[in-house]
Design a protein around this ligand. Structure first.
Ligand code: RUQ
Ligand code: CUA
Length: 664
């Protein structure tokens, strides 16, 4: 038997249970051998082969790395404000973070999903979930910006999300916390979980051309915790699979109370059937409230609309949409192999990995091979759905990705390793230590029909001694393994932003050549655009002052403004007149309580400023844009409320000094 080296000291007992021999940590130093690091080396000036989109966890953002170098290219702000880019601070982007609870400047982004066509990554969009205040975001991969966010009603913790169907027909989301539905009286005792708490699965349709999201329908389910999910593909296209835990329906000390049953479930959902019921008018319209936020690259502004209705299909009433499959023990990951035939359930507390067969599931349903029901939903007999079990895979299986060559790779949180096994004979083929607790893992295209199995990346929760220490909090980490041979070979560690959960990677070639380089100034439909310096102006409307400002290397127009008074709200609408790639300008003014703006060529962005002091406030460009960037500055004069200083603005000519004002 192969000896696995465990890194977690308190695991001696578990190691013994699992029949493993050694718990001694493997030396970190000798892990990378020979010329391994050369494989991760991308020479200066050379491009990486893959883009890697990595969730930022509690940072609420998504980060973009190159592989194999591990170089960080960009942090895309999604669910959290980002002063670096002005996201959530500019007037234009604030509506992106609007919800039915109002403005929410933070969330927890766990899972990323690249859009697909015919089961292959198409490089159009990447989706991310907000775990806390349930939402799904769509990021456009021509701009690497969040273009749309939709809130999910009837949900309490959007963890099983956002997973997509073979042609991105739907992004799908299962609720982690079951809760009373939004239209029910939620003021109920917590220990009425069984009666009052429900789970929902949201099917959000995605526009074929524009990617626009819309909640097509929700499926109402028994109250359990939906954890993760995957769409069927190939033979199982039309189905969706969700792992569920807490089938005990506990609402306190879940650690113990939700770990009672030997098996929880995977929920198999026939969404094509659900579509039929929807068409046949079997859905119930329910009054809800959720925000739908869309950013336009034409008006360079986001709008937020509160929607008030959703259509719900009840899984109890509508037979043959949902089926439970028993799955040992508190399943987390639920992953579907490239053919769509095999569904892998990863029980966090299970000592084996069950692999279910789609074909057998279909036969079991046809033969009604059930073990009763759970809250009205048939429970398929475990053996009738099971293809087989991977024995002694390691401890704490979480997630599985596929190499397209008949192998699966599973991350083991407790035994801190990646385990490669064969899907057909279910034999373990290789193990590689991740040294510290691994969460997700990713193979480029690892959930697509044709994975690009050059690398597997482990995303680890703990790093301890792998990097220079940085106080009480240490960097979280990704580890890159070459999997082109039979054995996994560690070739690189790189730190990540926030906490990495799921990540996806795809060939750079499908994304890199379709980047938006500038926004055409002539097509700018922002209501406060200034298309040229001649259009720059300052307009007072009561106590609101609109500054139509332009920025071009290396001056702001206007750069002298007088006649602002205490009590005014000043809106700097800054249009970047550049029409060259990679020449953003920034904008900031002393005392501004939000952030800077970062304005792309051809774009208009707005900073709201409420002066707090009489006097002169300097303003400047924050992005080093030219040799004379330090000269790209200006002044705003703020006078007392009710003063008679006239509204004046200029660039290049000095404002007249009124009589009696010189040298007071
Ligand atoms: S879940 S490990 Cu959201 Cu596995 Cu992150
Ligand atoms: Cu514009 Cu610096």
């Amino acid at each position: 038997m192969k000896i696995v080296n465990y890194k977690i000291t308190s695991l001696a007992a578990i190691c013994a249970v699992a029949g493993m021999v050694s718990c001694k940590p493997k030396s970190v130093e000798n892990a990378v051998t020979g010329d391994a690091s050369v494989k991760a080396y991308v020479a200066p000036g050379k491009f990486d082969e893959f883009y890697n989109f990595v969730s930022g966890g509690f940072s609420g953002q998504m980060s973009v790395y190159g592989l194999p170098s591990g170089r960080l290219f960009r942090v895309i702000p999604v669910f959290s404000t980002d002063p670096e880019k002005g996201y959530g601070f500019s007037e234009e982007t604030k509506p992106m973070l609007n919800t039915s609870h109002g403005f929410v400047p933070w969330d927890d982004l766990h899972h990323v999903q690249l859009s697909k066509t015919a089961g292959e990554i198409d490089g159009r969009w990447v989706f991310g979930n907000a775990n806390n205040t349930p939402r799904i975001a769509r990021i456009d991969l021509t701009t690497f910006r969040t273009n749309e966010i939709i809130e999910l009603p009837n949900s309490g913790g959007n963890h099983s999300s956002p997973f997509i169907t073979e042609n991105t027909e739907y992004v799908v989301a299962g609720t982690r916390f079951s809760v009373p539905t939004d239209d029910a009286n939620g003021d109920v005792p917590i220990n009425t979980y069984k009666q009052n708490f429900k789970g929902t699965l949201s099917f959000v349709s995605v526009g074929k051309e524009d990617g626009k999201m819309d909640i097509a329908f929700q499926i109402l389910c028994p109250g359990v915790n939906f954890d993760l999910s995957r769409a069927g593909k190939g033979v199982s296209h039309g189905w969706f699979f969700f792992s569920c835990y807490n089938t005990e329906q506990a609402s306190t000390l879940l650690e113990v109370n939700a770990s009672q049953r030997d098996k929880d479930f995977i929920l198999a959902v026939n969404w094509k059937k659900a579509e039929e019921y929807l068409k046949a008018g079997k859905g119930r319209k329910q009054a809800v409230k959720y925000a739908h936020n869309v950013y336009s690259d034409v008006t360079h502004s986001a709008t937020s609309e509160i929607k008030t209705e959703v259509t719900v299909l009840d899984s109890k009433e509508l037979a043959d949409i949902c089926y439970f499959i028993p799955c040992p023990k508190s399943p987390h990951g639920c992953d579907v192999d490239p053919t769509g035939e095999y569904i892998v359930g990863s029980g966090k507390l299970a000592a084996l990995i069950p692999v279910f067969s789609f074909d057998k599931i279909q036969k079991a349903i046809a033969a009604k091979s059930y073990d009763g029901d759970f809250e009205g939903i048939p429970v398929i007999k475990y053996e009738s759905a099971l293809y087989g079990e991977v024995k002694k895979p390691g401890l704490g299986p979480l997630h599985t990705e596929f190499d397209g060559k008949g192998n699966a790779y599973t991350s083991m949180f407790v035994s801190s390793e990646l385990v490669k096994w064969n899907i057909k004979d279910l034999k373990v083929l290789d193990r590689a230590s991740t040294f510290y607790s691994v969460g997700h893992l990713c193979i480029p295209g690892g959930d697509a029909k044709t994975p690009n199995a050059k690398y597997v990346i482990a995303y680890n929760k703990i790093t301890k001694d792998r990097y220079l220490p940085t106080g009480p909090e240490l960097s979280q980490s990704a580890q890159l393994y070459d999997i082109s041979g039979d054995k996994m070979q560690l070739i690189l560690d790189f730190p990540t932003i926030g906490e990495p959960h799921y990540a996806q990677a795809c060939a750079a070639s499908i994304i890199k050549d379709k980047q938006v380089k500038i926004f055409k100034i002539g097509e700018n439909k922002h209501p406060f655009v200034a298309m040229g310096e001649k259009e720059a102006k300052v307009v007072r409307e009561g106590n609101k002052v609109h500054v139509y400002m332009t920025a071009i290397r290396s001056h702001l127009t206007p750069d002298n403004i007088e006649g602002i008074k205490m009590g005014d709200e000043v809106y700097f609408h800054v249009t970047n007149l550049e029409q060259d790639w990679d020449v953003p300008h920034g904008f900031a003014i002393k005392g501004a309580s939000n952030a800077e703006l970062l304005i792309m060529p051809g774009e208009t962005q707005t900073l709201k400023w409420v002066p707090t002091k009489v006097g002169i406030s300097p303003m400047y460009c924050t992005d080093f844009c030219s040799a004379l960037h330090q000269e790209m500055t200006g002044y705003v004069r703020v006078s007392p409320a009710g003063s008679s200083t006239p509204l004046h603005f200029s660039t290049g000519t000095n404002l007249a000094v009124a009589e009696g004002e010189a040298k007071k």
